[in-house]
Design a protein around this ligand. Structure first.
Ligand code: NAD
Length: 256
């Protein structure tokens, strides 16, 4: 097992990539705090926790909206009380919505930025305090290929992920002397509830698959596998960078 005894917090772990990551961390021997946003996601989070460890000894669920500072401070405090500290933070919580820029309200812009970028900052800062105290830790930020590929209709999402890229690199520099590795992963198109428009419409799905050299969208478990490796000592020399996991999408196959 790659992560025996490590203490991990995964945000937005009630579904999709976060859920798959929490489950895989559990399989690798980690103790896992399963974050969920609100009462609506609670049952799903509890189901994830029950699968990791039905006895509850190695797992807990913790409610927090990552975009609310007081929630994040409380969540990380609960992790400290439960596990005594944190070795791994997976900043996975994220949202997206289509909004052409000419029609984008400030409210919509701020909602995306608050969750995807401010949320990641708040969780990094609070978890980072625990890690700095022990002079060890790993932070994996779940970014997107849209940290470098523009996406019309999603300027707020692209801005949040582009911001996350440089947040990751800057904090990696600040915290390298503290023994904390900070990196990002950039998934391509992955089959999760965040993009029902792609998965539910066969024509759109075919169009997306045509953009992917491996010819299919990815599975959440394929992202979780990379997170586990990046968090482990196998990746001890990895920090301040983004690992792209996209089936080759960012090689722009249409330009052949
Ligand atoms: P998802 O909708 O299944 O999961 C997102 C999770 O984040 C949900 O559990 C949701 O409840 C949680 N969340 C949202 N706002 C939150 C908040 N304020 N506080 C706490 N939790 C919150 O989608 P997913 O595809 O698994 O997305 C996970 C991450 O992967 C996101 O950051 C997303 O941008 C990124 N990503 C996804 C894809 C893809 O194709 N699925 C591609 C690139 C990047």
């Amino acid at each position: 097992m790659l992560l025996e005894g490590r203490r991990a917090l995964v945000t937005g772990a009630s579904s999709g990539i976060g859920r798959a990551t929490a489950l895989r961390l559990g399989e690798e021997g980690a103790r896992v705090a399963v974050n969920y946003r609100s009462g609506r996601e609670r049952a799903d989070a509890e189901a994830v926790a029950a699968r990791i460890d039905p006895t509850g000894a190695r797992v807990c669920t913790v409610q927090a909206d990552v975009g609310v500072e007081a929630d994040v401070v409380r969540m990380v405090g609960e992790c400290r009380e439960r596990f005594g500290g944190l070795d791994l933070l997976v900043n996975n919580a994220g949202i997206e919505s289509r909004a052409p820029t000419l029609e984008m309200s400030l409210e919509v812009w701020e909602r995306i930025l608050r969750t995807n970028l401010t949320g990641a900052f708040l969780c990094m800062r609070e978890a980072g305090k625990l890690m700095a105290a022990e002079r060890r830790g790993v932070i994996v930020n779940v970014s997107s290929v849209h940290e470098f590929i523009p996406w019309p209709g999603y300027a707020h999402y692209c801005a949040s992920k582009g911001g996350l890229k440089l947040l990751t690199q800057t904090v990696a520099l600040e915290w390298a002397p503290l023994g904390i590795r900070v990196l990002a992963i950039a998934p391509g198109a992955i089959a999760t509830p965040i993009n029902p428009g792609i998965l539910d419409d066969p024509q759109t799905l075919r169009r997306v698959e045509a953009e992917i050299p491996l010819g299919r969208v990815g599975r959440p478990e394929e992202i979780a596998a990379v997170v586990v490796w990046a968090a482990s000592d196998e990746a001890a020399y990895l920090t301040g960078t983004t690992l792209v996991i996209d089936g080759g999408m960012s090689t722009y196959p249409r330009f052949q």
